[in-house]
Design a protein around this ligand. Structure first.
Ligand code: GRF
Length: 196
């Protein structure tokens, strides 16, 4: 390995709080990485202003401007490769990626999911955990594989489910742990890359 910082991109679709936490971790905590790009598929994403405030480039690739999933993914892939990206962090990126795209970034594509995988893949995880009467809930950071919310787990953080929780109060408890977990998971992934 060259010893030069690993070039990272973050993909997001919404609010961008995980993106902000990762950006600050990379900038402030002596992480051997450089955040070169953020990309969103939603032109109105609140996270665009977050990227701006953090001083990070944000490219908008509006998925609605593409005829097919393959065409969107090809543009995304070309954008990332043109910037020399080596590791991608999906942080609230609410779009399925094709198997071709995912297979093109083996162990270089991380995702965060707001449940203790393999429980509750997909949407509405907090509501589903409450409906199931779970005592614990949490979040997972994992390497992506072509199946949705699937792949080797890097780390998980648990939170208790309280008797009076709503999906919103539970989500608020989980997102706090997401922020801590994603920074730690990035460190683990970078350490693995350095040793590879
Ligand atoms: C997070 O809970 C993430 O796990 C989920 O969507 C939410 C995104 O939040 N997939 P943010 O955009 O990082 O604030």
């Amino acid at each position: 390995m060259s010893g030069s910082p690993v070039k990272i991109a973050i993909l997001f679709s919404g609010r961008g709080s995980n993106m902000r936490t990762l950006a600050r971790h990379i900038a402030r905590d002596n992480v051997p990485a450089e955040l070169v790009l953020t990309v969103t598929n939603r032109p109105n994403a609140a996270g665009i202003a977050v990227a701006e405030a953090e001083g990070i480039a944000c490219t908008i690739i509006d998925h609605e401007a593409f005829d097919s999933r393959e065409a969107f993914d090809a543009e995304l892939d070309a954008t990332l490769r043109a910037t020399g990206v080596e590791l991608i962090c999906c942080a609230g990126f609410m779009r399925l990626l094709t198997a071709d795209f995912v297979n093109g970034w083996p162990d270089r594509l991380l995702n965060i999911h707001p449940s203790l995988l393999p429980k509750y893949k997909g949407l509405h995880t907090h509501k589903r955990a409450l409906e199931a009467g779970d005592a614990e809930h949490g979040c997972t950071i994992h390497y992506m594989r072509p199946q949705m919310d699937d792949g080797p787990i890097i780390l998980q953080k648990k939170v208790p489910v309280l008797a009076d929780d709503t999906p919103e109060t539970l989500a608020a408890r989980v997102i706090e742990q997401e922020h801590i977990a994603y920074a730690q998971a990035l460190d683990i992934a970078l350490t693995k890359m350095a040793g590879a």
